[in-house]
Design a protein around this ligand. Structure first.
Ligand code: DGL
Length: 265
């Protein structure tokens, strides 16, 4: 199966890693819109326009399913993606919300995602009695992209973001931006052990696995043959090193322009 997956940058690696582990015998086309990173402080209009461009580009890639590895686009423009793509779309927010068991839940996400209250609304749809508190984290994505993840600076930022959630005695914490699982060690150091970390990629991956398994044609005897293709919209040179660091692959990466027709790569 050919699966499209996208994020603004390296955040989607955390989703890609999980889906590859559970659904290895497939082709993955990963698009990172690095030219417009970070998405998390953009307006809803900007994100919806980007979602149109992303879905047009993937429309030309002959994919069988699409994975939204960006919560910000998921929160603002899932409808745009679903309308423009004629393949099943797997999302993080809806997938994760349906699995939440705890009665007091914290969410870390980008400012744009938090503004929509998409996580709160999706969780309450499944269980109206859940208490949900969302915390915008504008500084995380730029720091993670710069690999500034082991500093006192990011530790101080994380403590500041987590303080209001811990005051509310949360039982679980949703990593509502796909970049945040990359700082799991930092977050677990700060959080009391009673707080369960939830990576929405896990729920998405389980849904995708069910879908793939339901397609008889995909059943294959091949073991762990993953085909990965990477595309970025800028910073072509840095990307293979980032993929090597986080995914342990050193892929060929192609530059693509999403604004242009006839996508040059
Ligand atoms: N990783 C994306 C998300 O899950 C986008 C982060 C950003 O570019 O600000 O929201």
């Amino acid at each position: 199966m050919r699966l499209g997956i996208f994020d603004s940058g390296i955040g989607g690696f955390t989703v890609l890693k999980k889906v590859i582990e559970l659904c290895p015998n497939n082709s993955y086309i990963y698009l990172a819109d690095t030219a417009r990173l970070p998405y998390g402080v953009k307006t809803a209009n900007e994100i919806r326009k980007i979602a149109e461009e992303i879905s047009s580009w993937f429309g030309s890639q002959n994919i069988d399913a699409f994975l939204v590895a960006c919560n910000t686009t998921n929160a603002i423009a899932l409808d745009v993606l679903e309308e423009n793509l004629d393949v099943p779309v797997f999302d993080l927010i809806g997938s994760a919300a349906s699995t939440i068991q705890e009665s007091r839940v914290g969410v870390l996400a980008t400012p744009t995602t938090v503004k929509t209250k998409a996580y709160t609304n999706a969780i309450l749809d499944f269980n109206p009695k859940t208490f949900v508190i969302e915390q915008p984290c504008p500084e995380f994505v730029p720091m993670i992209e710069m690999d500034n993840i082991n500093s006192d600076e990011i530790t101080d930022v994380a403590i500041r973001y987590l303080r209001p959630l811990l005051k509310q005695k949360i039982h679980s914490l949703i990593l509502g931006c796909s970049h945040y699982p990359l700082i799991t060690p930092l977050l677990t150091d700060i959080l009391p052990s009673r707080v369960k970390l939830i990576d929405p990629a896990e729920a998405l991956t389980l849904k995708l696995k069910l879908f793939i398994d339901s397609k008889a044609s995909n059943h294959s005897n091949k073991k762990n043959l993953v085909d990965l293709k990477f595309y970025v919209t800028s910073n072509l040179k840095n990307f293979p090193n980032k993929a090597k660091h986080w995914l342990n692959v050193f892929p060929e990466v192609n530059l693509v322009s999403l604004q242009k027709k006839g996508w040059v790569s």
